[in-house]
Design a protein around this ligand. Structure first.
Ligand code: ADP
Ligand code: MG
Length: 601
């Protein structure tokens, strides 16, 4: 008996003692493993001339034996050697296993989330089975092996028999599992129950999932039948394909119910929450492809860690070429999950050639456009959902602007949500600009740790008192983003007329029924705490200068007392209620200096 590795043991304990209500997902996990194994072999046969396989023979088979309480999931995929059985089933192969350990230490008992979160895979079998046997023969080998475990302490691996390559996973279903309802119905050990589960969770698996099913037919009419002959019926068994097999991404959105998209998303991308958005599109013409993209409802736990890998699954004619094709997604949309399937993309594409691939670049461009326009649609038509989206993923968008030195601002600026001090809610830059009084020349913002504190800062209240809104930025990346952007091009603002005659003419035209004229204006983004905002009127400026002169000796004394802590002391025209404020003159605000000075650890 070999012992399970510690982290596997913990996960197994969790599985066995699970209070998880959705235990039935074990079937989808095992079927998806079978499908992966078939995928691997299929891919090999297409790229390696020595592998001679007929794709049409590839299949997954589900069968059960009610008397012995066994359920078997078989595939004729790539199979596993004894070493692979040991390596793949003796330890957790998931990337999330590390996090799982740490998270689990703190939230024992909160297993529901954990189980959903990591797509626990193979071990989920132990939620319903008291014993699991895996008989497998690797493609190209003539030996088979059996892995067997009761999920408690360890497992055994010994030589076994299997006629061809592939894997059988044989579960002994526990007495209390499967929803025996007293009338003999048993979800995991009945044709009807299994068929339903396959349809529900694995309908779009691309290989046939076959099952022996009972059918009913009329017996052939005997040749000597007279007119009184009554047709007779009989039951017979037939191997049937239970799933629809058409990949879900090939279907038009109008043919698919949202719940099916959700199910596909959750099972494929190991999330327990429905996606926030589903984007399906099909390109025709010189470059044909199908794409199905999802915007998750929440950020994956490792999104902001260096281990996070962005990318879309890339298929060519249903064959998985690459699980995470990074070139299909820009960094700032790294949270998007999905699939691109194009017969026009070569199977032999490698990570190096991808970069140069013109077709992929064309697809990536369109993917990016689609995501942007979907986000815009959500922003304009489902603001609540968009705010949640922005809470989850806004940081990446801001970072996209910052790290491109503002080059991506055109694409991303309108997707930002920022907190308005005046409106006391999140607004877009366009909304900010639209609400500006006619004489406002710039977009004002302040940056710091908390909205509370910012909204009380004299430099902020001073600008607000003039009737101008101030955006309060509280995320570390915000000010950097704004600096990278410099300005925002606001569209469709009411036209400002420089001379009175022109304005009067325009006012008259509007009075006569014309649409008011609009114009696009580039607005500078101005930090209220740095430099001169140039808001004071000529009179105010003169007053301030005079006051400074009159009190020269006082300010010199203050400067002497404060020494190096300040550059100069002067009367400010920017204050309204507060008696004094601190500003900076360089490009950095005090808040940003504080961020930069912060210990990076
Ligand atoms: P995942 O599928 O996320 O990798 P699982 O726990 O579901 O994790 O499976 C662990 C590993 O076991 C798989 O990565 C695969 O290598 C192997 N495996 C599981 N089932 C099969 C199968 N039917 N055929 C071949 N290999 C399999
Ligand atoms: Mg799996």
């Amino acid at each position: 008996m070999r012992k399970f590795k510690t982290e596997s043991k913990k996960l197994l304990d969790l599985m066995i003692n699970s209070i998880y209500t959705n235990k039935e997902i074990f079937l989808r996990e095992l079927i998806s493993n079978a499908s992966d194994a078939v995928d691997k072999l299929n891919f090999k046969s297409l790229t390696d001339n020595d592998v001679d396989i007929d794709s049409a023979d590839l299949a997954i088979r589900v069968s059960f034996d009610k008397d012995n309480r066994t359920l078997t999931i078989s595939d004729n995929g790539i199979g596993m050697t004894a070493e692979e059985l040991e390596k793949n089933l003796g330890t957790i192969a998931h990337s999330g296993s590390q996090e799982f350990k740490t998270e689990n230490a703190e939230s024992q008992g909160n297993d529901v989330d954990i189980i959903g979160q990591f797509g626990v895979g193979f071990y989920s079998a132990f939620m319903v089975a008291s014993r699991v046997r895996v008989v497998s023969r690797a493609f190209g080998s003539d030996e088979a092996n059996m892995w067997e475990s009761d999920g408690l302490e360890g497992y055994t691996i010994e030589p076994a028999e299997r006629a061809t390559h592939g894997t059988d996973v044989i579960l002994t279903i526990r007495e209390d599992e499967g929803g025996e309802d007293g009338e003999g119905f048993d979800a995991y050990l009945s044709e009807w129950g299994l068929k339903n589960l396959i349809k529900q969770y694995s309908n779009y698996v691309r290989y046939p999932i076959q099952m022996m099913v009972t059918k009913h037919r009329q017996k052939p009419t005997p040749v000597d039948a007279d007119e009184n002959y009554q047709p007779e019926w009989e039951d017979y068994q037939e191997l049937d394909t239970v799933n629809s097999m058409t990949p879900i991404w090939k279907k038009r959105a109008s043919e698919v119910e949202q719940k099916d998209y959700n199910e596909f998303y959750k099972s494929t991308f190991h999330d327990f929450e429905d996606p926030a958005r589903t984007i399906s599109f099909h390109a025709e013409g010189t470059l044909e492809y199908d794409a199905l993209l999802f915007i998750p409802g929440r950020a994956p736990f490792d999104l902001y860690s260096k281990d996070y890998e962005k990318g879309l699954s890339l298929y060519s004619s249903n064959v998985l070429i690459m699980e995470k094709c990074a070139d299909l997604l820009p960094d700032y949309f790294n949270f998007v999950r999905g699939v691109v399937d194009s017969a026009d993309v070569s199977l032999n594409i490698s990570r190096e050639t991808l970069q140069q691939n013109r077709q992929l670049r064309a697809i990536a461009k369109r993917v990016e456009k689609k995501i942007s326009s979907d986000l815009e649609d959500m922003r304009d038509n489902d603001r609540e959902a968009y705010e949640k989206f922005f809470e989850n993923f806004g940081r990446g968008l801001k970072y996209g602007i910052y790290s491109s030195y503002g080059m991506k601002a055109d694409e991303l600026a309108d997707l930002l949500l920022l907190y308005s001090a005046k409106e006391q809610k999140m607004v877009t830059l366009a909304e900010y600009a639209k609400a500006m009084p006619a004489d406002q020349k710039a977009i004002y913002y302040a940056s710091g740790d908390s909205r509370e504190r910012l909204s009380k800062m004299p430099v902020v209240t001073g600008v607000l008192a003039r009737g101008y809104d101030v955006l309060l930025l509280t995320a570390d990346v915000d000010e950097f983003t704004f600096q990278a952007m410099h300005s925002y091009k606001a569209q469709g603002l009411p036209k400002v007329y420089e001379d009175d005659a022109a304005r009067e003419a325009a006012e008259k035209a509007v009075a006569d029924g014309a649409e008011p004229e609009t114009e696009d204006r580039t607005l500078e983004l101005k930090n209220v705490a740095t430099g001169d905002l140039d808001l004071a009127t000529e009179d105010e400026k003169k007053d301030a200068e005079e006051a400074t002169k009159e009190n020269e000796s006082l300010f010199t004394a203050m400067k002497d007392a404060l020494g190096d802590k300040v550059e100069k002391v002067a009367v400010s025209a920017r204050l309204t209620d507060a008696p004094a404020c601190i500003t900076t003159e360089g490009p950095l605000s005090l808040e940003m200096e504080r961020v930069l000075r912060r210990d990076p650890s």
